[in-house]
Design a protein around this ligand. Structure first.
Ligand code: SF4
Length: 972
């Protein structure tokens, strides 16, 4: 096809400024790197490129806008901009994101008409962009040929130079750097790229000289063109040993230990009451503080629990402000010299809220100076010794080199060494394992970094000298598992998000080994052996070499045996042998699988795997022995020995799990195989979990604990704590020691919310498969239209979610409502951001969306539960617990299965009203809620006592009427 050359007059020249200074520096004279003044431009000439497209795939999607800005010597010299008429339909999400609509595109040229102009504009130029691979992919696809231009990615440079930025998206980086502008239009984004690039150049200049000297080597290894550019900067020389110069071990830091032995604590309940009252100190320090009677009640109960060394189970309805209700007494207790308090949460979100917001605020308002610490597992911290060893290795892969470049910059500026500061990607998390601290390889006080530069030692000292420690459930269980080796001794324990305690204990007190664990261990062992190859031993040369050769060969054999076993186990489960939810499959191993013939379980492969794991471990132990022997003569061998100790310990943990499952001898455990993901990312693991964690928790924690407060917004079912108490072993504690309290939510649910039960839809099941999906999809469409979007739809099955999503996506989007599906349009946090940003949207989620979603205001004005959230009865742990209760002659449905669903249901309901100003509707499509006797248990557990029930059309009318009433009240 003959392509017309685009006339310059057809190109929309919207660039109305001439210099970079004018874009983002009104004062015009800040461009620091001016040639001839002793500094320089990183790139003398370049073209900043940005495209807007109909989607993410260059193969399926089209360009809808192109923006190019040419810069030379720091000045804008030319620009090219045009909208582009696509072949493909413009998705609603893109229209909302960019503001570009069909009308704007109707008169725009096709890409073919722009092709020659674009080519001549970029000819011979360096191309700069944010995530440049994306834009170049589209451009080259549209041009039908690769472009020879050098391309530079500001995303790659920003990730390296700004490792602690929480997001590296262009808008977020620009906002962080003070560039207030519009985004998601091609020219706006191209301008932003120029701004960002300029700022990154400043960052680069401010880097420590030694770090700057080391950086090009990493970037070169990663194949990044920035390597050349940075090397070319004046004053940057290569070959300095940055590590030794910059990260040399420091001196001993001051130590201050928290005094607790022999001290009995006390906190005055009346003082706590006063502080939280309207005239109290919190009100004085917090302008938005409101007196909440439930909060005062809870804080007084917590104070009494501490003083009397008792147990308190407290359900605090949404809006109680429970974190302040336990923080105030905890901090006062610690300020008075009482034994250290540990607060454990399940989620990072709550941990962050306590650590970054609530604790500093309470301390400031109360004017108390209690030392507090955030306790995390060792693996969260950079191990300086391993980091030094990684730097000297030099055999990094491209992704590893990029990762190490980021860590290089970060390690130079961090004072905590906590990986949370670095925004690590999924692959980087895997690499982090090679440089993070671990208990096996740590040399403790024998390490040269220990006195002043060890982040773990520093964190430990912080915890030991603190009166209040914030941690998570997992670390609490690590402490229990290791015989209290993880946390310093403590007195009162507060467990928030306690409804997760049984799951956390099941996970942490069980055993698991996966294909990924095995691979990581083998990779690490392989690297150690390769490194040892170059080591000249002081004696036993032949034995040393034989050991290395032996381990190398056996490692290779074990790798293929492990692959065979996990592949066979995965195929066995995927042949439909077990239960499935979405792409997560599991198979419970039963005794007949082990003893009987022909079950198909790859038990022979497992036996081989155990044999080969033992052989590799034997070889690693021999090497460790040799190194330890030499270390007795010469200290320098002990670091190498420690690395092998870690490899041996990790291998022993895995072997222990493999043998435990193979032996199948402990009947208090349930054994199973789980499979998730696909292809290369398929995750297969072998698991064993305790069936009854209540006994374990009582024996290992509660029987010897000091005061314990357990709280959550959802601990009771139908007003009773019995289910929770039994599941976590509190029922074993003498009743006289345990207080139970329910704090009503301060929200006026009867006014703020409407609950509707639809009783006309078919039930999900094999016999109503297609009919169920069609009717559910149609009902959702009607309800969402009535509600005007802003709806969270909660599913219990990912398969159903996908089917309904497919049914609704295009029809709702045609009506102007965006549809966002979990794991279809992005991960949870991305979807929540989009949901808030898009004014009319529907968010569809499964398990993790039933709790933890906190969207106050109009963005979330309705919640629809498609099905009652009963757990899958064939999931191995659930099934084993049901059988366990049945064997005891109890009702597994009434005592276990139903209460679990009720707690989940309460969590789902709790997504709706987050503040006293929120108004909204909850609709349940599962007719069993209206028809079954157990429906009363669900309804009786909610803070809203009234509801409306009817068929779909009656419910629609009711919603319409209720919304009109709300609108009327708001207008009054
Ligand atoms: S003391 Fe342990 S954690 Fe700290 S740097 Fe040394 S080996 Fe790493």
């Amino acid at each position: 096809m003959k392509r017309k050359r685009m006339n310059r007059t057809m190109i929309q020249e919207i660039w109305d400024s001439n210099t970079i200074e004018e874009i983002h520096r009104p004062e015009k004279n800040i461009f620091r790197w001016t040639k001839g003044s002793g500094s320089e431009f990183l790139l003398e000439r370049y073209v900043a490129l940005d495209l807007e497209t109909t989607g993410l795939s260059p193969d399926w999607d089209d360009i809808i806008e192109i923006g190019l800005i040419k810069v030379e010597g720091g000045r804008v010299v030319d620009s090219l901009h045009s909208l582009v008429r696509p072949e493909k339909k413009l998705p609603l999400k893109i229209k909302e994101l960019t503001g570009i609509d069909e009308e704007m595109l109707a008169g725009a040229p096709r890409f073919e008409q722009l092709e020659e102009s674009v080519l001549s504009f970029v000819e011979g130029e360096n191309i700069l962009g944010h995530c440049i691979g994306f834009d170049m992919g589209f451009l080259e696809r549209a041009l039908g040929k690769p472009l020879p231009n050098s391309r530079y990615d500001t995303l790659e440079l920003a990730r390296t130079l700004m490792p602690t930025a929480s997001s590296h998206s262009l808008p977020d980086l620009c906002a962080r750097l003070g560039f207030a502008a519009s985004f998601h239009r091609a020219m706006d984004d191209a301008r932003a790229v120029i701004f960002l690039y300029d700022k990154l150049a400043e960052y680069l200049r401010q880097l420590d000289g030694n770090v700057l000297a080391y950086l090009p080597a990493f970037l070169e290894r990663a194949g990044s063109p920035w390597s050349e550019v940075i090397s070319g900067l004046s004053g940057v020389s290569r070959g300095l040993n940055v590590f030794e110069q910059h990260f040399s071990p420091g001196g001993e830091e001051g130590r201050e230990f928290y005094r607790r032995s022999g001290v009995k604590g006390y906190v005055d309940p009346e003082e706590v009451r006063n502080i939280l009252s309207g005239a109290g100190m919190l009100a004085g320090g917090m302008p938005s503080f409101e007196t909440r009677h439930g909060q005062i009640q809870m804080s007084v109960e917590v104070a009494r629990t501490f003083n009397e060394e008792r147990f308190l189970l407290v359900e605090a309805g949404t809006g109680t402000g429970k974190s302040l209700a336990y923080l105030v007494p905890a901090l006062l207790w610690a300020a008075g010299g009482g034994p250290r308090v540990v607060i454990a949460t399940k989620t990072i979100n709550l941990q962050d809220q306590l650590w970054y917001r609530d604790i500093p605020m309470v301390k400031e308002c109360l004017g108390i100076d209690v030392k507090t610490a955030l306790a995390k597992g060792r693996s969260n911290y950079l191990c300086m010794r391993k980091w030094a060893a990684s730097l000297s290795e030099g055999r990094w892969t491209g992704p590893e080199a990029l990762f190490l470049a980021r860590i290089l910059v970060w390690a130079n500026e961090t004072s905590s060494g906590d990986k949370i500061e670095v925004n690590l990607g999924f692959q980087e998390e895997e690499m982090w394992i090679n440089i993070c601290a671990d208990s096996y390889s740590c040399m403790g006080s024998g390490c040269r970094y220990y006195p002043g530069r060890c982040f773990v030692a520093r964190a430990k000292r912080e915890a030991e000298s603190s009166g209040v420690i914030v941690t998570n459930h997992a670390l609490l269980f690590s402490d229990i598992k290791t015989g209290n080796m993880v946390l310093p001794a403590f007195g009162p324990l507060v467990i928030d998000e306690a409804h997760h305690l049984e799951d956390a204990a099941t996970e942490q007190l069980g055993k698991h080994v996966s294909r990924g664990d095995m691979r990581r261990w083998l990779n690490r062992s392989g690297r150690l052996v390769s490194k040892s190859w170059e080591t000249a031993p002081p004696s036993d040369q032949d034995i040393w070499m034989n050991c290395l050769v032996g381990v190398r060969e056996e490692t290779g054999r074990l790798r293929s045996t492990a692959d065979q076993f996990f592949a066979a186990a995965g195929s066995f489960v995927l042949r439909g042998k077990g239960s499935a939810e979405g792409d997560h499959h599991s198979y419970r191993i039963r005794s007949e699988d082990i003893s009987g013939d022909g079950s198909g379980l790859p038990w022979g492969e497992l036996s081989n795997l155990i044999f080969r794991t033992r052989t590799v471990l034997e070889g690693l132990r021999k090497i460790t022995e040799l190194l330890s022997g030499w270390a007795a003569e010469d200290e320098s061998w002990s670091e190498k020995a420690k690395d092998y100790v870690q490899a041996v310990s990790l291998g022993e943990e895995m072997l222990d799990c493999l043998e435990f499952v193979y032996g199948y001898s402990d009947q208090s455990f349930v054994y199973w195989i789980s499979v998730s993901g696909q292809g290369e990312w398929r995750h297969v693991s072998l698991n064993a979990s305790p069936v009854r964690v209540g006994e374990l928790l009582y024996d290992r924690l509660f029987s010897c604990a000091g005061p314990v407060v357990m709280t959550s917004a959802t601990l009771t079912t139908n007003g009773s704590f019995d289910f929770f108490a039994e599941r976590v072993g509190i029922d074993r504690v003498a009743a006289i020691k345990v207080a139970k309290s329910t704090i009503e939510s301060p929200f006026e649910y009867e006014k703020q919310a409407l609950l509707c039960l639809v009783n006309s839809l078919p039930l999900q099941g094999p016999e109503a498969g297609r009919k169920y999906l069609l009717e559910t999809g149609a009902a959702l469409e009607e309800l969402v239209m009535e509600l005007g979007g802003r709806t969270l739809v909660l599913f219990t099955s990912h398969r159903v979610l996908r089917e309904v999503y497919g049914y609704l996506k295009s029809s709702l989007e045609e009506k102007g409502i965006s549809v966002l599906g979990h794991n279809i349009d992005g991960n949870r946090s991305r979807l929540v951001e989009d949901f808030i940003r898009l004014k009319k949207s529907v968010l569809m989620g499964t398990a993790s969306f039933w709790e933890g979603i906190d969207i106050p205001g109009e963005s979330l004005s309705s919640v629809i539960m498609v099905k009652l959230p009963f757990p899958s009865p064939s999931a191995p742990v659930i099934e084993a617990r049901i059988e366990d209760l049945n064997a005891l002659g109890r009702s597994s449905f009434g005592d276990y299965y139903l209460p679990m669903a009720v707690i989940r249901f309460k969590q789902g309901f709790g997504r709706l009203i987050r503040t006293e100003r929120d108004r909204g509707v909850v609709v349940v499509l599962d007719r069993r809620l209206a028809e079954k006797g157990y429906g009363r248990k669900f309804l009786g557990s909610l803070p809203l006592k009234s509801h409306f029930r009817g068929d779909l059309s009656a419910v629609r009318n009711k919603i319409s009427e209720w919304l009109a009433g709300v609108a009327g009240n708001l207008n009054q």
